[in-house]
Design a protein around this ligand. Structure first.
Ligand code: AMP
Length: 363
């Protein structure tokens, strides 16, 4: 199926009454602050919700319209798309939206105007593209080990489809790698054919900072709006078990995100933080024009050499933005009042309308 023509989206946007825009997204992931922020900036809001999932949006009073669907993936159905367009909707993408709507559908059949850059979502989803973007932008990432026979030092092993889940393990030698692969096969966590897909990279020993940037297409600036660190099961539970008892648990650590802590980074590291944001946004402009547009997140580990190493990126609003629904230490510095990522997004739409430049930031 062919890709949606950009002109088709702009024609739909052209028909919209700009005085009567709705901000819409799937009711999941990081939508609460998107709805709240959109309402604060004077927009109507609509949540596409699976039956039973509308509760928080109703109870917190942040949505005007609920479009109920049998399953989240129905957001790409013709009727739902028509309902959204009838409401003059601009969709704010987030992790669940991309996962349920599906990348292929977003690129080929979902023609509701969205805030962001449709093309960049694939660069987050495919590990090789993600590495290419980061490497060509000059961002420091963990070194890749191409052959398990060449493991020297501690490595992190990742499998596709198991991101942040059970499929990660740590190994410090080729023997340990082979043993753990066998154990994972026995548990049914991976299949024989997954083994060739194993991605092996340097284990970066450090503290986790997920940095939430907002790239303003209107101002051509990468703003640092907030930071979080992940609270992951079971790794964060294991550190509470005395070392001598950890082995008795016989539990391989897993990295399933269960929540997020707001965090601030040592002030002397902020030049590196801005440098990473500037480098990746410049790189993205060349590789995936027009580049980043709106929220994105660089997930990092900071070593005791005070080096910020990026191990993952989100090319849309990341779940950790939920830590600053009422603003963060950083967003306060820009705006002097509580500003969530969602409100910043709504503000960009508002400015786009005011400056008659909405077409530049809609995809
Ligand atoms: P991800 O699914 O890529 O977000 O990774 C899940 C978790 O694995 C992260 O939050 C980190 O705690 C850990 N992690 C990922 N890559 C590395 C690495 N290269 N070195 C050390 N820890 C890592």
């Amino acid at each position: 199926m062919s890709k949606i023509n950009r002109q088709e989206i702009l024609d739909i946007l052209d028909e919209y009454d700009k005085e009567d825009i709705t901000i819409a997204t799937l009711g999941s992931h990081s939508s609460l602050h998107m709805f709240q922020g959109a309402k604060t900036e004077g927009f109507r809001t609509a949540a596409v919700c699976e039956k039973g999932r509308e509760v928080p949006y109703k109870r917190f009073g942040v949505v005007d319209e609920i479009i109920t669907v049998d399953k989240f993936s129905d957001i790409v159905n013709d009727e739902v798309q028509e309902q959204l367009k009838d409401l003059n909707s601009i969709v704010f993408p987030h992790g669940s939206f991309v996962a349920y709507a599906g990348l292929d559908n977003i690129e080929t059949i979902f023609n509701v105007p969205m805030f962001g850059n449709r093309d960049i979502l694939r660069w987050e989803a495919e590990r090789d593209l993600e590495r290419k973007l980061m490497t060509e932008s000059g961002v420091r990432i963990p070194k890749k080990i191409t052959d398990p026979a060449k493991i020297e030092g501690t490595v992190m092993v990742k499998f596709p489809g198991a991101r942040g889940g059970r499929g990660y393990f740590v190994a410090s030698s080729t023997e340990e790698y082979d043993e753990k692969i066998e154990a994972m096969k026995k548990r049914g966590w991976i299949e024989e054919e997954d083994i060739k897909e194993a991605h092996i990279e340097e284990y970066v020993l450090g503290c986790n900072y997920c940095i939430h940037y907002f790239f303003s297409g209107l101002k051509q600036d990468a703003e640092v709006l907030g930071m979080d660190s992940r609270y992951e099961s079971t790794i964060d539970g294991l550190v509470r078990v005395p070392a001598k008892d950890q082995l008795d648990l016989n539990a391989d650590p897993s990295y399933v995100v269960t929540g997020n802590h707001p965090v601030v980074i040592r002030e002397s590291l902020l030049p590196q933080v801005f440098d990473i944001g500037d480098k990746i946004t410049e790189g993205a402009k060349k590789l995936v024009p027009p580049g980043f547009n709106g929220p994105f997140c660089m997930q990092t580990l900071v070593t005791d050499n005070l080096e910020v190493v990026v191990f993952e990126m989100s090319a849309r609003s990341d779940g950790g933005t939920n830590t600053f629904m009422n603003g963060s230490q950083y967003s306060y510095l820009y705006h002097g009042e509580p500003l969530s990522m969602g409100r910043r997004m709504a503000l960009e739409i508002k400015n786009g309308i005011k400056e008659d430049r909405l077409d530049e930031i809609i995809t």
